[in-house]
Design a protein around this ligand. Structure first.
Ligand code: 5GP
Length: 200
């Protein structure tokens, strides 16, 4: 039978240093049906980041303007910087049947879960708080005060993990990837996104 399929909205959250970025990259490399929703942020660009690829790096004024124009599906202040998912990164693609991946914090994820109850939400947990500390210090992308802020916020983020449909503990990257791919594989068959064309 013929049917049309709407794209999946996949929401992934987890504290900084859980290896969430690597899992997201692996999924995007492996599965071309997914595209990444590039968020807007007022945070400073890191050396290894590309504007328009990792984020749309914008000024406070540009952010205010987008907010006024109702351009955001969700927005949040995370670790003292502003971030937001642009509707333009999400809805057109989903309507065309493409799957869209959001890497956003639990405040934003909560908004998306309310607005889009059929979204698939996954929380990535680090093996332990001690391990999170080690990972944040060794990846060397943030200044010491930024690392402290992220560690402090991690506890509050982890407390929200039960809002998510799935949980992955990333203490073994290969296993965590397998679990992520398995969730995606099953969710691709979820009937909520299929619309049959029965005909005469
Ligand atoms: P980072 O500054 O390390 O790239 O991201 C910090 C946090 O902000 C991460 O938890 C990331 O998931 C979250 N984040 C990135 N983009 C967005 C967004 O558009 N909305 C929300 N709510 N959080 C975001």
């Amino acid at each position: 039978m013929k049917e049309t399929r709407k794209g999946m909205l996949l929401v992934i959250s987890g504290p900084s240093g859980t290896g969430k970025g690597t899992l997201v990259e692996r999924l995007l490399q492996r599965d071309p049906s997914f595209c990444f929703s590039v968020s807007a942020t007022t945070r400073e660009r890191r050396k290894n980041e590309i504007d328009g690829v990792h984020y749309h790096f914008i000024s406070e004024e540009e952010y205010d303007k987008l907010e006024k124009e109702d351009a955001f599906l969700e927005r949040a202040t995370v670790h003292a910087h502003r971030y937001g998912t642009l509707k333009s990164e999400v809805y057109g693609r989903m309507d065309r049947g493409q799957n869209v991946l959001l890497d956003i914090d639990p405040q934003g994820a909560r908004t998306v879960m309310e607005k889009e109850p059929n979204c698939v939400s996954i929380f990535i947990l680090p093996p332990s708080y001690a391990e999170l500390k080690v990972r944040l210090h060794t990846r060397n992308t943030e200044k010491p005060e930024e690392i402290e802020r992220r560690l402090k916020n991690a506890r509050g983020e982890i407390e929200q993990m039960n809002r998510y449909r799935y949980l992955i503990v990333n203490d073994d990257l290969e296993l965590a990837c397998d679990q992520l791919f398995a969730i995606v594989r099953a969710e691709k068959q979820n009937s909520v996104r299929y619309f049959p064309e029965i005909g005469e």
